[in-house]
Design a protein. Structure first.
Length: 258
């Protein structure tokens, strides 16, 4: 099932995206999608609603250098354990919203296409073999990064934490095997990244176990699993799209913040 958050002009609601290409519609859900799914009976053509971020997480936990070739392209070793960092919830935007380039503070902003995991239940110290029980679904993500600040600061909070630097969407796919999915990033229609989730150094069950040994995750929290090789810069006016097999495509345009 594809779960989206959408606006019809009279507020934001969750809905299930149904139908095929060109004839898709959104069936409105009653309340939150965690737990038993209930429909209100209201349906809207997908092209007549505005998709927003599919979830508003309390926290976004991301994983660095989790594709070996990406670690090498950045001149780094592959971490023996997951290298985790966080992005603030205020960085989250949805499909079609603008990524704001902070020119006053950064001269190099990069895209990083990633598979994101959405947590579906309160969890702590999750064993690897039970990690699948706490997953609600999967979505596309772009871990936008001020690369020059990442290098100069020595830690990543500022570089990763700007408002709009965590696009998610277009929806959450709840029925998906994430073990070997194609993931691509294009800029203005030109292919920049191409990889598969089977190339993850640390797989999703290990990431969930590792992170929940540190902190409690709550429903709606998001884990960014890492980016393949091919990261590169964005410029004002660029349209960047992250596509993941079995989910869909997340597209955002870059605009100047200052």
């Amino acid at each position: 099932m594809r779960i989206a958050r959408f606006s019809t002009g009279d507020g934001v609601a969750f809905g299930a995206v149904e139908g095929g290409q060109g004839e898709e519609f959104v069936s409105r859900l009653s309340g939150h999608p965690f737990g038993e799914i209930q429909f209100t009976g209201e349906r809207y053509p997908l092209q007549e609603v505005r998709l927003v971020a599919p979830m508003l997480p309390s926290k976004v936990i991301a994983v660095g250098r989790n594709y070996a070739e990406h670690a090498r392209e950045m001149g780094n070793e592959v971490p023996e354990e997951p290298l985790i960092f966080s992005k603030p919830s205020t960085a989250v935007i949805g499909h079609g919203e603008a990524i704001m380039y902070p020119h006053r503070l950064s001269e190099r902003v990069d895209y990083e296409g990633e598979l994101a995991v959405v947590i579906g239940r309160l969890c702590r110290e999750v064993p690897i073999e039970r990690a699948h029980e706490v997953i609600f679904g999967y979505t596309c993500a772009n871990d936008v990064t001020a690369r020059d600040l990442q290098r100069s600061d020595g830690q990543w909070t500022r570089a990763k934490g700007f408002d709009t630097f965590c696009p998610l969407g277009p929806w959450i796919q709840t029925q998906l095997d994430p073990a070997d999915l194609a993931i691509t990033t294009t800029v203005n229609g030109e292919l920049r990244q191409s990889g598969r989730t089977s190339q993850l150094v640390h797989d999703i069950p290990k990431l969930i176990a590792y992170i929940t040994d540190v902190m409690t995750l709550i429903p709606g929290d998001v884990i960014l699993t890492g980016t393949p090789e091919g990261v590169g810069p964005l410029e004002d006016g660029d349209e960047v799209s992250v596509g993941i097999e079995g989910i869909g495509t997340l597209t955002n345009r870059v605009v100047p913040r200052d």
